[in-house]
Design a protein around this ligand. Structure first.
Ligand code: AHG
Ligand code: MN
Ligand code: MN
Ligand code: MN
Length: 327
């Protein structure tokens, strides 16, 4: 894979171990990236384009920003046009959507992640997950397969630059958008997460709502210890994709644990945690719910929540032991 290669060339010409090129899965990635380029230009136009007042509420009980709904429509139209999505599970759609009944893939999306950042012009993202649809005779309904059955997963990060980071099971690759040509270029071939790291990312505002084990782990991160590079630096943006992207590049740990406010955690298993878990594991890291591997879990319902600990393998393992010592 040569750096600088455009995404469209990467998805059309199979070179070396790039077995994705020319496959229907490559066409799904093309559909996603076309929608994300359009969304990226709308995101960069900021507030003057869209009122961000809540117009409705989604199945998770969250106010839907206008940009959430715009993003949802962009991805649904792109997937419909591709003809490759049989069933779509979206954060912004109450129920599963059947797009093309004989299509080969089940897809889950978080059309806009961190959408409460829209008003303050801070990073946001989009997340996608792709499964092979079952044989024709089975209609595709919940549950989707377990996370480890995903055949591809990725995210778009709308930051100072717009990036695509994805895996199709052969490593993790990052592409950066050239705004002049509107083409993504390979900028981070074969991403690997550092085995350890000195960043931890958690909403410490909820400290009083966490269990004793989570409080112990926060103290561990804050305790000075030269050997292990502590105290760690705290970084938390309110957008999962942005916080996880930093951990993927620099190492460390992201946690959205259970709390008295969110007893099952806040993040959704199907369209947030499982795609990101596949990326982190493909990059050599770990992703658990504190005790179980995220990719071994199977979402019983579309909007099921789960606690999430993910990042450098050694830190995720240690955090699980400190938070759940008895297990
Ligand atoms: P979304 O905008 O798709 O609903 O996701 C928001 C999520 C995630 O992006 C972020 O990590 C988390 O909510 C932040 O939650 P808190 O504000 O409770 O920290
Ligand atoms: Mn939301
Ligand atoms: Mn999200
Ligand atoms: Mn969202």
């Amino acid at each position: 894979m040569n750096s600088g290669q455009t995404l469209s060339r990467f998805l059309r010409e199979s070179t070396g171990q790039n077995t994705l090129a020319g496959t229907p899965l490559a066409s799904v990635l093309e559909a996603f990236s076309g929608a994300a380029v359009r969304l990226s230009s709308q995101v960069s136009q900021g507030r003057q384009l869209l009122s961000t007042a809540a117009t409705s509420y989604n199945a998770s009980g969250e106010a839907q920003q206008a940009l959430d709904l715009r993003a949802n429509q962009l991805f649904i139209s792109a997937l419909k046009e591709s003809g490759l999505c049989r069933t779509l599970a979206s954060e912004e759609s109450q129920e599963l959507l059947t797009l093309n009944k004989d299509a080969p893939y089940l897809i889950a999306i978080d059309p806009l992640d961190g959408s409460t950042n829209a008003e303050s012009n801070l990073p946001m993202g989009s997340i996608f997950s792709v499964y092979q649809a079952p044989a024709k005779e089975d209609i595709s309904k919940m549950p989707f397969p377990a996370g480890k059955e995903q055949i591809a997963a990725g995210y778009f990060l709308y930051g100072p630059a717009t990036m695509l980071v994805f895996t199709a099971g052969h490593g993790v690759h990052g592409f950066t958008l050239d705004r002049t040509t509107q083409e993504f270029h390979l900028s981070h071939p074969g991403l690997k997460i550092p085995h350890a790291g000195s960043f931890y990312s958690i909403n410490e505002g909820y400290y009083s709502l966490f269990c004793q084990g989570t409080k112990r782990f926060i103290h561990y991160c804050q305790y000075p210890d030269y050997e292990t590079g502590r105290p760690f630096s705290s970084r938390y943006s309110g957008a999962l994709v942005a916080d996880l992207h930093r951990i993927l590049l620099d190492g460390g740990i992201f946690l959205y644990p259970a709390s008295s406010k969110y007893p099952q955690g806040k993040l959704r298993l199907l369209y947030e945690c499982q795609p990101l878990a596949l990326i982190i594991e493909q990059a050599g890291g770990r992703a658990t719910n504190g005790t179980m591997r995220i990719l071994d879990l199977q979402a019983a319902n579309q909007h099921q929540r789960t606690p999430l600990l993910t990042g450098s393998a050694s830190l995720v393992t240690l955090a699980g032991k400190i938070i759940h010592p008895a297990l």
